[in-house]
Design a protein. Structure first.
Length: 217
């Protein structure tokens, strides 16, 4: 069962809820190796998104939902998070176009475009101790799951699990991008906050996809 606009809306609402729930954790992670404002900024951005979802027309597509998220995050989130995550959602919106339903291949395209947008904007690579260390394994896992014939929920579950492992794997790394790079080896032992928020957002995508594709008993 392909994923439509109801799933996209559920995903974004769940994203706002999980970011709010983990706001303090994200602030602490960023305080350890950055400015300390990642949790606050992301929470403010998604709270702003929530106020605009009901303004979407009834005929809105998943791409329209993603574009709304993109423009809102870019305009309301400070620091690096707004441009990076905003670009991710904007490129994801472009990847799915005007499709009303997303199959497994479209989900992979969505994730890949989001990751590529962040790379284009932030110039980071795997191993730099950034959110790319969560996004890239997520995209790879999603592509693998789709190739194995898994449905959309399975593809997103694989992506979420890989992102969670990727976020954890940033802890022993020396940062090579962003403010954390100024710390050198002092950044070792700390998880990248952008990778952690990425894992939270992709888990929200997987959870809502599983709920939307369940067959009523």
């Amino acid at each position: 069962m392909a994923l439509g606009t109801p799933w996209a809306l559920d995903w974004i609402r769940a994203s706002a809820a999980v970011i709010a729930e983990h706001r303090a954790e994200l602030i602490t992670l960023d305080r350890d190796i950055g400015d300390g404002d990642h949790g606050e900024n992301m929470d403010r951005g998604f709270a702003a998104v929530l106020t605009k979802l009901d303004d979407l027309p009834d005929e809105a597509t998943p791409g329209d939902v993603l574009k709304l998220v993109a423009t809102t995050l870019i305009s309301t989130v400070g620091g690096a998070s707004g441009p990076l995550f905003g670009t991710a959602y904007l490129k994801a919106s472009g990847a799915v176009g005007s499709a009303r339903e997303l199959d497994s291949a479209a989900v992979v395209s969505l994730l890949g475009a989001a990751r590529d947008g962040i790379v284009l904007r932030g110039k980071a690579e795997v191993g730099d101790k950034t959110m790319i260390d969560a996004w890239t394994p997520a995209v790879d896992a999603a592509a693998g799951a789709a190739a194995e014939g898994q449905d959309e929920a399975g593809v997103l579950a694989a992506a979420a699990e890989a992102a969670e492992r990727g976020a954890e794997a940033t802890e022993p790394l020396v940062a090579r991008k962003g403010r954390a790079s100024y710390l050198g080896e002092r950044a070792i032992g700390h998880r990248d906050p952008g990778a952690q928020s990425t894992a939270l957002l992709l888990r929200a995508a997987a959870t809502t996809a599983a709920a939307s594709t369940e067959t009523p008993s």
